[in-house]
Design a binder for this molecule. Structure first.
Ligand code: CIR
Length: 269
């Protein structure tokens, strides 16, 4: 793998049993698969090399690959989900990342979902949420400290993960669901507020080619982002949003792949 890589994972047939806050909402697997394919196509059009991991039928939520691992510098931190049903998803993701990164693990009693971590230049925001506990944060903080990175803890008052309510749009701007976090915990960042009419419904993902992927079906947010100067690309992922997903959670984007010491010795695979 060279250049900017997007790790993604296919939608399993068992996706209809995915975790979700609205359990009465039925999930359509075929539609989710088509929408996921469209999402992957946009990543491809932005120039990412796609590394697609096959679905795991025993893990209905495996398409939400972001939650399984966080890449920080030369290290890949393998998460331990706060959702018991999601533990065991990380294996093939860890195997791929181990080809290039030094792998470390969050261990019990720590829990951490990747969707609670925003890695910025020189600093990290981490959400304490329903899925990420204090022990998980402490373990992640020790790894960050070993890399010389600061970590700021953000209490997630609403929503599943930090990235459900705080979305990086570029290096200095975040799209925030009003009231879902204490914005003073975000530091000096510029904040745009998710419009009330689309509260908890919009998502965004900055792409390597400068465009900003946004959710179709949230026109007020798209208009706000467009007016703020972003080159927005709407993508319909309604079926994945119905399982509490967003645009970030469907991929792990790695912009530069350093070669881990073991891989260098064995040759890059
Ligand atoms: C879950 O409840 O874990 C999944 N249905 C949704 C995970 C979304 N992940 C994310 O936003 N990072």
């Amino acid at each position: 793998m060279t250049g900017d890589v997007a790790l993604v994972r296919s939608v399993p047939g068992s996706f209809r049993h995915a975790e979700r806050s609205d359990e009465d909402r039925a999930l359509e697997v075929d539609l989710a698969r088509r929408q996921h394919d469209s999402y992957v196509a946009v990543l491809e059009s932005a120039g990412y090399t796609i590394d697609r991991i096959p679905a795991d039928e025993s893990h209905p939520d495996c398409v939400f690959i972001e939650d399984t691992a966080v890449v920080v510098g030369s290290v890949a931190v393998i998460a331990r989900s706060g959702a018991v049903s999601r533990r065991g998803e990380a294996g093939p993701v860890a195997e791929r990342l181990a080809r290039r990164y030094e792998v470390r693990h969050i261990g019990p009693p720590g829990t951490l979902d990747g969707g609670d971590v925003i890695v910025g230049d020189g600093s990290i925001l981490i959400g304490r949420s329903r899925r990420t506990n204090t022990e998980g944060i402490d373990q992640f903080a020790a790894i960050a400290a070993s890399l010389g990175l600061d970590l700021n803890i953000v209490e997630v008052r609403e929503g599943l993960h930090l990235k459900s309510v705080v979305l990086p749009l570029d290096g200095e701007t975040m799209l925030v669901t009003p009231g879902a976090v204490d914005v003073t915990a975000l530091g000096e960042l510029h904040i745009l507020h998710e419009p009330d009419a689309e509260r908890h419904r919009s998502s965004a993902l900055p792409l390597r080619d400068g465009r900003l992927m946004v959710t179709e079906g949230t026109p007020a947010t798209a208009a706000l982002l467009d007016a703020s100067g972003y080159d927005v690309v709407p993508v319909d992922v309604s079926e994945l949003l119905a399982a509490d997903g967003g645009l970030t959670c469907l991929s792990i984007l790695v912009s530069a792949l350093p070669v881990a010491p073991d891989s260098r010795e064995n040759g890059s695979r």
